[in-house]
Design a protein around this ligand. Structure first.
Ligand code: AP5
Ligand code: MG
Length: 217
């Protein structure tokens, strides 16, 4: 099972990727989570990436491609994987084709999660994150609040810097300009399934699994 979770900021890629990774017992590679870990650890990559991420812009392709190549050629990706947040530009998608060829991953599916723009804004403004392990929560769906305890480990919850309203607007513009063309790239290859992401977390998850089962890949 090799899946690419695709969609605008806030459509639920991370939420669904975690559920699917548990269900299919495959690793989940979130480029956003990997970058946030690098920023927290103040590595060379993290220092380079922070300014772009905080402004809602994309991190340069060459940094992202090196990061994802390292993850995919490693032993954990042998039995399958879920990519969440990559590729995000057409050059990244073209390079991923080469990496897939190198690792023998010829069959893969792009799961495109489609959510109404107003709902995206609402979801991102109510998202909270645990800085300890990156777990995602929603103050709309759960009784959690900023600086309140993480339900899993008690660490005070934070809002992502890039979830501030002005940065969310920038991220959505970047998505439309740079990332939406990636969907066209994969549609031409006939590997896209589109799922309505406006429903509840569980309903969206069931919908994705049913569509993947129907593909019999
Ligand atoms: P990244 O972390 O990937 O951010 P993103 O793509 O903007 O997506 P999000 O993580 O914001 O949203 P999501 O779709 O995962 O939604 P979630 O499940 O959290 O990237 C961050 C930055 O890193 C980028 O801006 C860029 O700078 C850089 N970057 C990363 N990859 C890159 C690349 N390849 N190239 C260049 N730069 C890169 O859900 C959102 C909220 O909604 C949560 O609160 C959740 O609980 C809630 N929710 C989820 N599903 C539902 C539902 N069905 N109903 C109700 N609420 C829901
Ligand atoms: Mg995410």
């Amino acid at each position: 099972m090799k899946l690419l979770l695709f969609g605008a900021p806030g459509v639920g890629k991370g939420t669904q990727a975690k559920l699917l990774a548990d269900y299919y017992s495959i690793p989940h590679f979130s480029t956003g989570d990997m970058l946030r870990a690098a920023v927290a650890a103040q590595t060379y990559l993290g220092v380079q990436a922070k300014q772009h991420m905080d402004g809602g812009r994309l991190v340069p392709d060459e940094l992202m491609i090196a990061m994802i190549r390292d993850a995919l050629v490693g032993p954990t990706a042998k039995t399958g994987f879920i990519l969440d947040g990559f590729p995000r530009t057409v050059p990244q998608a073209e390079t991923l084709t080469v990496i897939f060829h190198d690792i023998g991953a010829s069959v893969f599916t792009v799961v495109n999660i489609d959510v109404d723009p107003e709902l995206i804004i609402k979801r991102l403004s109510s998202r909270l994150m645990c800085p300890n392990d990156g777990k995602i929560f929603s103050s709309e769906l759960m009784d959690v609040r900023q600086n309140g305890p993480c339900p899993a480990c008690g660490t005070p919850l934070i809002q992502r810097v890039d979830d501030r309203p002005e940065t969310v607007r920038e991220r959505l513009e970047v998505y439309n300009a740079k990332t939406a063309p990636v969907l066209t790239f994969y549609e031409k290859l006939g590997v896209v399934v589109t799922v309505d992401g406006n429903d509840t977390v569980d309903a969206v998850n069931l919908n994705i699994r049913n569509k993947l089962r129907a593909l019999k890949r």
